[in-house]
Ligand binder design. Sequence first.
Ligand SMILES: [Zn+2]
Length: 65
Amino acid sequence: MPRNCRAVHLKDPFPVPEPEPVAGCDVCAALARQRAAAHALGDKATVIDSNIEMRSHSHPKREGQ
Ligand SMILES: [Zn+2]
């Protein structure tokens, strides 16, 4: 069988999708700014840190219902 698995189209070299900042959350807003600046500088370590922080600080999550 040919190995034909294709990853979902990933343009970026990042292995995981970046979290979206949650509207109205100051922490997310600050992290999003920091991440954008890090992207501009090519500072991947800071991009990853920002993503981890953005994901790990919790919001009340809406799950379907
Ligand atoms: Zn947040």
